[in-house]
Design a protein around this ligand. Structure first.
Ligand SMILES: CC(C)[C@H](C(=O)O)[C@@H](O)C(=O)O
Ligand code: SF4
Length: 775
């Protein structure tokens, strides 16, 4: 039998194993993180945590920050500073807080007014910050995008952002291996967005739960890097922790000349290529889940409902609840049709739209804009279109598009040409839909209220959104233009990233480009021997008894748990009143009396019993568990959860119980429906009724249970591994030197970055301990 070392391994196995700093017998792993991207929405509370504990950022050279979600997309010609430019107070505060934090902690930052600013998942690859074989994280679910490079890239919550800032590591466990193989030639008019929408339609939004998907097969190998990024981007909509594609010549060609990639033909470049070539999955490698898709089954695809799995070919019709046997799915379909204002049997091509949004981290790269421009060139948007927007993914994409004259093509057709940011993908800035407006959108989520309260989103490719703009209805791009115009892009579209950092000689010039104030030194050491461990403590979780609210829903997304307008806070507290906002409140702001948490005794709920699977899908916002906690809910029971949400709850001292045994869950739900209290006993892993009678037993990972019962602080635990982390970093410097002191900071600091992660006393959720805390 082959040993563990010689057993065939997948791409995911290889990257994961190459980053293990420490492994516990139960499989809990301390994973080293090579690249950390930071944005303004999910970082303020993390930096606050660092400050409270007198901790510093361990690897500023491996951290890159930008503002994207809250930023206006109006012209920046007169931009001077964020304080004057961002008009909404809460958005401004979040942007300014990030600016203060990057200054205080000495991080590389691309702010407004800097051409390198843009959506975090667009700028990482663009700069060559994202590299094959690396681990990449960000407090954002679409971090999966970076997997297109053969990186292991996944979204994390704010507690984990703090953990990575402090330790450059994460505590995690290995996910399952899932393969999605797409073989054959794509038909004309079919793009990578259609592939991923089709795949999600096949596997469902929970299809990839607990797994990392490797996309492979001839149709994937043919795709450009940009097209691959769109696919990996939406792995999260398929429920997966991450999506990955093996790096190849197309990847290397894309990386050539990127500011933070190793210099082409240098020794480092050659060594890097050698390593990157070794990352392919071995023949015979085992996958826990295997999905085969025939490329010829994929047609231009659009969404009809309020979940990314609600897709049909553009030539199809709106489905009917009768098409579904599962009662949960039937009910979801009914609700989705009502929300979307659609009648079963309507031809998709007969659905008129009001707005067009071409943008987002899924589809706002140069190739996407080229594809859309090809369709609209020489045409005008239909008279019923109220507004059509193109929002480039970054300042560099915008500049490139302008060099190619694409802006003029869009403007001539009647589109608005905007500045870079997330924009109407989630509408944290003023770019939103009005109630009941229907939008053809190149983004990734069609959840209720995603693009604006009561707004209706149809997901599709850039070419299809462009076609909808011209026709005024959802449209088949193949009929709007010759199919020649919609051939899938191949190879790597070149984009000139400006300015060229390699040629920046003066430190002042570099400071200007990076928005780094002159007085920030190379090291901001916040760690003091006694100061660590002053972060707020969390109460231990042992036995919880209280009212449980039944929630009879499947696929409850985090946009429903807490919509975007409440993400603008820089605090963790006070979000209880926003919990389930779209469900709890009517359009006029009054309470919806039919919602369970508005009824007695459920206003006092401490436990939530969800009867449908996949609770907490969608975004990585830790605001979701914060809102539940603030409302008073500390424990959730559901058949299954989305990975990031599941993780985030534990980090807040909450207990999410996965109860796949439907009969057991029903027994508990019956108690909840009757308004009786239930008791959750974590040490004994039992749920009881109000009289102490056992209703069900449950599983929980040993390590997570230990942390909850003891109230352990993950960061404190990890910092006990300081020696191991330092040793890992020394080896990393030898094996993959191109990952250290990446580009800007190396130059900025003149010479190699010296990492001074000061040893920290053992802490236990705030108290400084003298004895080591047990892992
Ligand atoms: C704000 C952020 C937490 C969120 C995410 O994680 O996805 C956002 O980017 C989104 O698309 O909803
Ligand atoms: S999904 Fe939308 S909001 Fe989230 S990072 Fe991407 S563009 Fe921004």
């Amino acid at each position: 039998m082959p040993s563990a070392d010689t057993q065939p391994r997948t791409l995911y196995d290889k990257v994961f194993q190459d980053h293990i700093v420490n492994q516990q017998p139960d499989g809990t792993v301390l994973l080293y993180i090579d690249r950390h991207l930071v944005h303004e929405v999910t970082s303020p509370q993390a930096f606050e945590g660092l400050k409270n504990a007198n901790r510093k950022v361990r690897r500023p050279d491996c951290t890159l920050a930008t503002t994207d979600h809250n930023v206006p997309t109006t012209p920046r010609k007169n931009f001077k500073n964020v304080a004057d430019f961002v008009k909404e107070e809460d958005s401004r505060l979040q942007c300014m807080t990030l600016e203060d934090n990057v200054k205080e902690f000495g991080l590389t930052y691309f702010g407004l007014g800097n051409q390198n600013q843009g959506i975090v998942h667009i700028i990482g690859p663009e700069q060559g910050f994202t590299l094959p074989g690396t681990t990449v994280v960000c407090g954002d679910s679409h971090t999966s995008t970076h997997g297109a490079f053969g990186a292991l890239a996944f979204g994390i919550g704010t507690s984990e952002v703090e953990h990575v800032l402090a330790t450059q590591c994460l505590i995690t466990k290995k996910s399952k291996n899932m393969r999605v193989q797409v073989e054959g030639k794509l038909a004309p008019g079919v793009t990578s967005k259609d592939i991923i929408l089709h795949v999600i339609g096949v596997i469902g939004t929970a299809g990839g739960t607990g797994a990392v998907i490797e996309f492979c097969g001839s149709a994937i190998r043919e795709l450009s890097m940009e097209a691959r990024m769109s696919i990996c981007n939406m792995s999260i909509e398929g429920g997966a922790r991450a999506g990955m594609i093996a790096p190849d010549q197309i990847t290397y060609d894309y990386l050539k000349g990127r500011p933070l990639a190793p210099k082409v033909d240098s020794n480092e470049w050659k060594r890097a290529i050698n390593y990157w070539n070794s990352l392919k999955s071995d023949d015979g490698a085992k996958y826990d889940i295997d999905v085969f898709i025939d490329a010829k089954d994929i047609t231009p695809t659009v969404s009809w409902g309020t979940s990314p799995q609600d897709v049909v070919p553009i030539t199809g019709v709106v489905p009917s609840p009768d098409d579904f046997e599962d009662p949960n799915k039937k009910a979801s379909c009914e609700r989705a049709l009502e929300y979307m204002g659609l009648t079963p049997g309507t031809k998709m091509e007969d659905i008129p739209v009001d707005k067009i949004f071409i943008g987002s981290c899924t589809n706002a790269r140069i190739e996407d804009l080229r594809a859309a421009a090809k369709i609209v060139q020489g045409k005008k948007i239909a008279p019923n279109i109220k507004r059509a927007m193109v929002v480039p993914g970054s300042g560099n994409v915008k500049a490139q598009a302008e060099r190619e004259g694409l802006d003029q093509i869009f403007v001539d057709a009647g589109f608005e040409w905007r500045e870079a940011g997330c924009s109407m993908c989630l509408g944290m800035n003023p770019d939103i839909l009005s109630p009941r407006e229907r939008c053809a959108s190149t983004s990734n989520r069609n959840f209720e209220g995603r693009q604006g309260a009561l707004g209706r989103t149809h997901l599709m490719s850039p070419a299809m959104a462009a076609a909808a703009a011209i026709v005024g209805k959802l449209a088949d791009v193949r009929k709007v233009t010759g199919t020649d115009n919609v051939a899938p892009a191949k190879g790597s579209p070149k984009l000139d990233v400006a300015p060229e950092f390699a040629d920046v000689d003066s430190e002042e010039e570099l400071d200007r480009i990076l928005d780094i104030p002159a007085d920030v030194g190379p090291h901001v050491n916040h760690t003091s021997a006694t100061g660590a461990g002053t972060s707020a403590g969390l109460p231990k979780f042992t036995v919880l008894k209280g009212i449980a609210a039944p929630l009879e829903k499947a696929n409850v997304d985090t946009d429903a748990i807490i919509p975007k307008q409440f993400l603008k806070t820089i605090k963790r507290t006070g979000l209880g009143s926003a919990l389930f906002h779209p469900l709890r409140f009517n359009e006029d702001g009054s309470e919806n009396p039919s919602f369970i948490l508005n009824q007695e005794p459920y206003r006092r709920s401490k436990i939530l019993v969800v009867t449908g699977p996949n609770f907490g899908c969608g975004s990585s916002r830790e605001h979701a568990p914060w809102a539940l906690l603030d409302f008073g809910i500390k424990c959730i029971l559901a058949p299954s959860y989305a990975d990031i949400f599941f993780n985030n709850t534990f980090k807040n001292g909450m207990l999410p119980i996965a109860m796949p045994d439907q009969a057991a869950l029903e027994r508990i739900a019956d108690e909840a429906r009757a308004g009786r209290e239930i008791e959750v006993d974590l040490p004994n892993q039992v749920v009881r009724d109000a009289d102490g009678k056992e209703l069900a037993r449950f599983d929980v990972e040993e390590f997570r249970k230990h942390c909850l019962v003891e109230g352990l602080d993950d960061i404190g635990l990890t910092m006990q591994m300081e020696d191991k982390i330092a040793r890992f970093e020394q080896k990393r410097t030898l094996d993959t030197p191109w990952l250290d002191g990446s580009g800007y900071l190396k130059k900025w600091r003149k010479g190699p970055v010296k990492i001074e992660a000061a040893p920290v006393p053992k802490t236990n959720r705030g108290e400084v301990k003298t004895d080591p805390v047990e892992w």
